[in-house]
Design a protein around this ligand. Structure first.
Ligand SMILES: Nc1ncnc2c1ncn2[C@@H]1O[C@H](COP(=O)(O)OP(=O)(O)OP(=O)(O)O)[C@@H](O)[C@H]1O
Ligand SMILES: CC(C)(CO)[C@@H](O)C(=O)NCCC(=O)O
Length: 452
């Protein structure tokens, strides 16, 4: 088990997130980011299946089942074929963008967001996540609105979109904004969160000629998850490994007044665990250093993988039983008295021990090591999440952070741990915009602290 900490510093959030339930505003005038198609070479952010298929919906509060009526992606002629290399949308487009986006709800609180370009960034220990606005100047197809046509309809037919993009490199991020944020004026504000919003504040302000408005990282996470759960009907979902095809995923819509309380486990470089009672009442009840950074760091030491995607791909091809010691390796079968099954991992990577053996021993396959590593990290997070969920008597645990990547092994392991230990009492839920909670929250925050 990695180091875990249980800091219980009470966070006193300033102000509230925008009220998402305000009436429609009509005839807004919109100025938006100019964006070139050529700048995008990022991989898809969301799972192909989630984007393109008609998944079952199970209401999180009532458990009632309803069929999926609309695709999560707009029907722009390509919506059933997931993009392999998504291109960010131009500032004003007649087609729906292929990158994941959310349509900004029409409400008073968001009115000002639509008058000028709005940009927010979450600079974490590993990745830089950007959320920015753009506009569709034509009606979006009705089926793309998840049955919420009224809510999003503007009189002039325009829709303001919130777009999502990530970077691994600060220079690329700055260059991207230089290119696309063409209407920016000296004194404009970039909304920021994450450790890098402190560490790189001077560079960002100097290079982009903007002021920086900072939102606390935890506050951003909560604002972000609150917005996504309350406005994006099919934001959260459960994962069912033993089901077939699209049945592996089930959307879990939840009424806005039933969202709280819940546990948020944000798995980035490290892990933050938050008990959330309302958008303005939350507490970081724990954390762990054994997160996404651990998987990537150890993976790069122990395998030839060159990046996260290669490592994850290796893990998906590997067989951990070649490197992990299972209960059956120790007992010769199950340990029935403790109800420990024969194939349960007794010791992660315990078969890699070479002390006292000849150096010529067959080396372990990197795929098997990667799989063992992913299971080790995910199992640990799953058990920790369960323990915090139980401690605070919470029935729903949302997992966020870029580590998850809607990976089947990761989600299976987390869901299994939660389900197994809680005997089905607690539910593990995932989020389509898992890696963007912080950036989304910072995008929404009106009360961030100005740094000039
Ligand atoms: N393309 C990628 N490149 C690097 N890491 C990735 C990638 N895709 C997923 N990851 C995983 O996501 C993790 C980073 O997640 P995230 O962006 O949510 O955290 P962060 O904000 O960088 O870190 P922290 O919140 O701890 O400061 C990495 O440690 C890695 O495990
Ligand atoms: C330090 C942060 C909050 C930065 O995002 C994150 O990496 C984290 O929660 N790390 C775990 C630290 C702990 O052990 O509590």
């Amino acid at each position: 088990m990695g180091h875990t900490s249980t800091s219980s510093r009470r966070i006193s959030p300033r102000g509230s997130p925008p009220n998402l339930r305000r009436p429609l505003i009509k005839n807004r005038k919109i100025s938006v980011l100019k964006e070139k198609r050529a700048v995008a070479t990022e991989e898809p952010v969301m799972d192909d299946l989630l984007l393109s298929s008609k998944l079952k919906r199970v209401d999180s509060a009532t458990g009632s089942v309803s069929p999926r009526t609309a695709s999560a992606l707009p029907a722009d002629g390509t919506s059933t074929a997931p993009p392999t290399v998504p291109v960010p949308p131009p500032a004003t487009t007649k087609k729906a963008p292929k990158t994941p986006y959310v349509i900004l709800p029409a409400c008073d609180a968001f009115n000002k967001f639509t008058k000028t370009s709005r940009v927010a960034v979450d600079i974490g220990g590993t990745l830089i996540k950007v959320v920015y606005s753009s506009v569709m100047d034509e009606e979006l197809p009705e089926e793309s609105l998840n049955g919420h046509t009224q809510k999003y309809a503007y009189e002039d037919g325009k829709r303001v979109l919130v777009n999502f993009k990530k970077f691994t490199d600060l220079d690329r991020f700055i260059n991207f904004l230089r290119e696309v944020w063409t209407d920016r004026q000296p004194g404009d504000v970039i909304h920021c969160t994450g450790g890098g919003s402190y560490k790189y504040s001077e560079i960002i302000m100097k290079e982009l000629g903007v002021r920086l408005q900072r939102t606390d990282e935890m506050r951003s996470l909560i604002f972000g998850v609150n917005f996504l759960l309350s406005t994006n009907v099919d934001e959260s979902f459960t994962y069912h490994h033993d089901a077939i095809g699209r049945n592996k995923f089930q959307y879990r819509p939840i009424a806005a007044d039933l969202i709280y309380p819940f546990l948020l486990v944000n798995i980035g470089t490290g892990i933050s665990i938050l008990k959330v009672d309302s958008p303005t009442s939350y507490e970081r009840v724990g954390g762990s250093s054994m997160g996404g950074g651990t998987f990537m760091g150890l993976g790069s030491l122990l395998t030839p993988a060159q990046n996260f995607d290669e490592l994850l791909d290796m893990a998906n091809r590997g067989d951990h039983r070649n490197v992990d010691k299972l209960v059956c390796d120790i007992y010769g079968g199950a340990y029935d008295e403790l109800n420990l099954k024969a194939d349960l991992i007794a010791g992660s990577m315990a078969k890699c021990n070479r002390f006292g053996e000849t150096p010529q021993k067959q080396p372990h396959k990197p795929e098997d090591i990667a799989k063992s590593l992913l299971l080790m990290v995910s199992n640990n997070i799953g058990q920790m999440a369960y323990l915090y969920g139980t401690r605070y008597n919470l029935k729903r645990i949302y997992f966020g952070g870029y580590f998850i990547r809607q990976d089947p092994i990761t989600m299976r392991t987390l869901s299994f741990a939660i389900n197994y230990w809680s005997r089905g009492e607690i539910e593990a839920l995932y989020l389509k915009h898992e890696g963007y909670l912080g950036a989304m929250g910072s995008f929404l925050d009106e009360d961030g602290k100005m740094d000039e």
